[in-house]
Design a protein around this ligand. Sequence first.
Ligand code: FES
Length: 469
Amino acid sequence: MSVQAIRRDYSLSGGYQDAVALDDNHIEERMEETWWKPKLPRQELKALMQRRDGPALWHFGLWFVLLAASAALAIAAWGTWWAVPAFLLYGTIYSSSDARWHECGHGTPFRTHWLNEIFYHISSFMTLREAYMWRWSHSRHHTHTYIVGRDPEIQVQRPADLLKIALDFFYLRSGPPEVWRIVRNACGRPNADMLDFVPQRELSKVYWSSRIYVAIVAAFAIWSIAIGSFLPILFVGLPRFYGGWLHQLLGLTQHAGLGEDTYDHRENTRTLFINPVFSYLYMNMNYHIEHHSVPMVPYHALPKLHAAVKDQMPPAYKSLWEVYKEMIPALIKQATEDPNYQIRRPIPQEPEAAAVRQNADAAKTSAEWVEVGPVEDIDEEDVIRLDHGSRTFAIYRLTGDRFYATDGLCTHEYAYLADGLVIDGVIECPLHNGRFDIASGRALRAPACDQLETYPVERRGNSLYVRVG
Ligand code: FES
């Protein structure tokens, strides 16, 4: 049988439903496909998850300065051959907007929500990923990383298409379909795959945002035509193509050649070391296993997370060269003789799993009130998980000894909220960074859209009780 004859079907089924009704009977089902997680004490993890506006503003400020400086260089060199390296530099920095789209999409660089959103929309436009659609797409990618038929972001499909990989160093193979998708969405004509992961109620946002993208790029194109010069369109729109080489060079290292259909990121994702300039432009996404395992950790803390969990991971590649030396022969093999071939990484033995707080002993509780435990078991501005029978809850302690309880599972997909982060009265989900107001349960940030159930909490002496009935 030829390699082409055994091509896998990467289209999204359309029949798969992520959202399982949040009731007691489905908890087991929701937990079936959870990912491997590194073992790290809660306090350490919580410290790594913290965000601050100041460093992120410096980071983005420097990026805009570099962008402006390289643009000035390109204008000064226009009309000479020096314009070629100058525009290549500008385009490379411009295309690193993809890393910024990604990081802001997770909502992790800034502590202030609206700052994340502003930079998310700017960088989404620059990298030509329509902001609303790609937020849902990327949530799906994190839920089903490299699960065939579920993940819409499998960059290298099997058998590997080597020409596509090469063309995408200038975004020539994936770019045109992406631009076409934006145009289609601007006309209100989404494709079937997109409808599989974007909810109906979000579609109008996708359409309007796409129209704005089309209008801006069209304005620059018209400007170019009007003055008879490529200059305007070389600054907006085209840089994502001619400057896309670094994005492709680094992006390929994330998953290419590794496993599919596994729920362990150590088998389908890579971590490698790169030089500080690339690290800055790529926002530390070279620590990719760490990012997928704990997406709530911001870019700047990923090296620290790596140091804390590296004994639980396959060894990090020492350089880009080390990755490509192994990956290129693997992709050639997938392309020419064995599409099922994959690189297998050594995975360390597991340490013991931490015990989960259980309160299944109904005899110790009244009909409705369940004992959580001593107050000091919950740190201020933190959350713990309580399992009671087949149900699970999140119990919160906010500043000023205010206690709250909500459902323990996110309403978007299956994630324990007690693994998330409490920020200013809000709980951020550990899987896709959806947010909920702790006191009311109201959903505040997509992809979380449905409200959480809340439960009364009472302090009796030094113990906490939650009313679950
Ligand atoms: S599981 Fe997606 S936001 Fe919580």
